[in-house]
Structure formats: C-alpha cells, structure tokens
Design a binder for this molecule. Structure first.
Ligand code: PLP
Length: 380
C-alpha cells in the first residue's frame, strides 16, 4: 500500500454509530480506577504521563512511516535528538557527530555532553566507511544528518552503518529533511531515526513536536527507559494535531518538493547565484548517493550567492513579499533566511559567497519564482 493510502487510514477509530474520523482526545493527569488493586498492576496506564490512546495511534503512524519497531514522542524536534542521544550514552562515552548537524544539536554535543563526561568528535559528512577510523573503544553513538543542515551534504549511510555495526555503535539520524517520506534510514541500517515533526507533520508553522523511531524493540526500550526516568510527556492536543497532519502530509510534501526543485533549477542558471545546494540537481556533490538512497527530495534547499555584501543579502531578503523571514520549514508558508551568522563548520572550505536558504510552502511555484525575480536586483 502507498504512503498516501496508509496515512489516510492509520490510527483511526473503527466506524460504529456516528464515529468521529479521528480518535478522541482524552486529557488527563489523573486516571481513575474503580478497584484499588488496579493501581499497581503494572501492565496498564495509571497516570497521564503514560500517554493516551491518541499517543498510541500516533506512535503507530510513526512506526509505519519508517518501518520502525518502536516510536517515542517528544515535545520538540530538538528534544527528540537530545533524548535519543541521552538514552544511549553514559559518562565516559564518546560521540561522533556530523560536522553538518543542525546547530542546536552541535551546541548540545559540544557544550552539554561534556558536563556529563561525554566527549564528541566532529566528522566530515562525506566520510563514508572511513568513519571506522574515528571509532574509539568508548564510542557509543554516531549521529548522522543527511542532507546536512544548511549545506546539504549527503552521507553514504549504508557504508557508515556497516562500520558502526561492526563496532557495536548505535547510529542515530536526524531524518527531518526527508520527513521519512523520501528516505528510510532504518532500511539502510540506522538504529534510530529522529524527526522534528514540527515541520511537515505539524505543517502549519504553529506547533512543536518530535518523534524517535527505533529499528528494534531493544533500542526502543532504552529510549522509553530514559524518557520514563526524566518524566517526559507530550500533550494529547499536540499529538492529535500531528496525527491529523499525517492525513494530508503526502500531497503537501509533494507540492512543496516540486516547487523547490523548480526554483532550484531556475536559480542555478542565474548570474547572481554561485551554486545551488539541492541534492536532486546533478551538479550537487552528493547527487549520486542521493539518487541511490532517496526516493525524492524535500521543500528545503540552499543557495550560495555570487560574492556580494551582507547588506545586499539583507536587502534581497527584505524585498521578498511571499517568503516570510523566519526559521523552520515544512509549513504551508514559504520562508527564507540568511545562514552565515549561524554557519559553523570544522571540515569544510569556506563557501564561495553568502548562503541563503529557501523553504518552499504551498504557494504556486510560479508566484514564488516571480517574487524572487523581483527581489534579485537588490543583490547587485
Ligand atoms: C534538521 C532539524 N532537526 C531538528 C530541528 C529541531 O526541531 P524543533 O524546532 O521541533 O525543535 C530542526 C528545526 O529547524 C531541524 O531543521
């Protein structure tokens, strides 16, 4: 069955007499019992933090998305990443982190993990199977992100997971860009896939949510164990919105993906543009790996401008009418940011010009293209 069909039907109540199309939201901290004996049974939910039916249905949807054995739900995408890492590491361990990681992930690994005695080494996203040479006796996690945040390098995931498995190291991938729709990392040997469901599944720029999908139940139990210890729970209202997002995510994703490719292809030929960072373009350094491992792209891509002043970059972005100026992607609205102030790389050459990032929403591609075209003279 295709994803469009699965996501329309998953987690819905069985129709009876006047049944709602999506599950009911039940809000609870206290759960009541009619027999005191049941409070300590251990095989049932006894408190609101243990979740609700809507959480169960959403976990099923995330397992279905990636072919996972277990899913856990977190209050944001960033907390999905940090929770996955903290579920695995202990004091004395070592983490290998892609140099292209989402900024707050990099900051967490480099500034928080040392406080609990965990060290991190950054690796070149193009390292492939040579990651084996960086694995130490105490390495317990390799964190991947493909494509990289901002610079869009693609990993050779199968080569990296092969090396990790040989050394019994857990691999965690931030799979937010593909939404799990155009990349299935668990099928390529990754142990844990994390998502900012905030993006495509929230879909409307008004909600934060995360998911941690584990390839096997043993890894999933480690995630659950950590989350139970620290007391994470997410609201049933937010879980409902994300499950609702599953219903329409495929056509929204496909339209934004097609728009991004149209704009990327058009921008590539322009004199104001040095290069376009979009894995589906044959000129992209990781294009062959993308073609091998992905089934499509996404709404988000980068543009390295021909050298120009920072003031002109700001003037260009400020002149856009249809692109909002703001972080994130995967919503109905298109967005644009300039990236240089947040770009941190230890293993890459300096880019040839200023970097900007477009997140395509659901406006018509031709209107977005016309909007960029009218703002481009500001770069000169
Ligand atoms: C690749 C990636 N991972 C994680 C996150 C964090 O998601 P959230 O904003 O839900 O914490 C983001 C947000 O922009 C992201 O782009």
């Amino acid at each position: 069955m295709k994803k469009e069909t699965k996501f329309t039907h998953i987690g819905r109540p069985v129709a009876g007499l006047a049944t709602t199309v999506n599950p009911y939201i039940s809000r609870a901290s206290t759960l009541l019992f009619d027999r005191a004996e049941d409070l300590y049974r251990g095989d049932i939910r006894t408190y609101g933090r243990h979740g609700s039916n809507i959480h169960d249905q959403l976990k099923k949807a995330f397992c279905e998305l990636e072919g996972g054995a277990h899913a856990a739900l977190t209050p944001s995408g960033h907390s999905a990443t940090t929770t996955a890492i903290l579920s695995i590491v202990k004091t004395g361990d070592h983490v290998l982190l892609t140099d292209g990681a989402y900024g707050p992930t990099r900051a967490f690994c480099l500034t928080y993990l040392p406080k609990i005695g965990v060290t991190t080494t950054l690796y070149d996203p193009a390292i492939g199977g040579d990651i084996a040479g960086l694995i130490q006796d105490n390495t317990t996690v390799i964190l991947l992100e493909s494509p990289s945040s901002l610079t869009f390098e693609i990993h050779d995931i199968p080569a990296m997971t092969k090396a990790a498995k040989a050394a019994d190291v857990t691999t965690i991938v931030d799979n937010t860009w593909s939404g799990g729709i155009t990349l299935n990392p668990l099928a390529l040997g990754v142990d844990i896939s994390v998502h900012a469901a905030t993006k495509y599944f929230g879909g409307h720029g008004d909600l934060l949510y995360g998911a941690i999908i584990s390839a096997d139940a043993k890894t999933g139990a480690k995630v659950d164990g950590y989350m139970k210890s620290v007391g994470f729970a997410t609201s049933p209202d937010d879980a409902y919105q994300i499950l609702r997002g599953f219903r329409s995510v495929m056509p929204r994703f496909r339209q934004a993906e097609a728009t991004a490719l149209q704009l990327a292809t058009w921008l590539k030929g322009r004199p104001e543009v040095h290069s376009v960072l979009h894995p589906a373009l044959p000129s992209h350094a990781g294009h062959d790996l993308w073609k091998r491992d992905f089934t499509g792209a996404a709404c988000l891509f980068g543009v390295v401008l021909s050298p120009t002043s920072p003031e002109k970059v700001l003037a260009f972005i400020n002149a856009l009418d249809l692109f909002g100026i703001g972080y994130s992607y995967g919503g109905f609205e298109s967005l644009c940011i300039h990236c240089d102030p947040q770009l941190r790389r230890s293993h890459a050459d300096k880019l040839a010009g200023p970097l900007i990032r477009f997140a395509c929403g659901l406006e018509h591609a031709d209107d977005l293209q016309a909007d960029i075209a009218q703002a481009i003279p500001r770069l000169k």
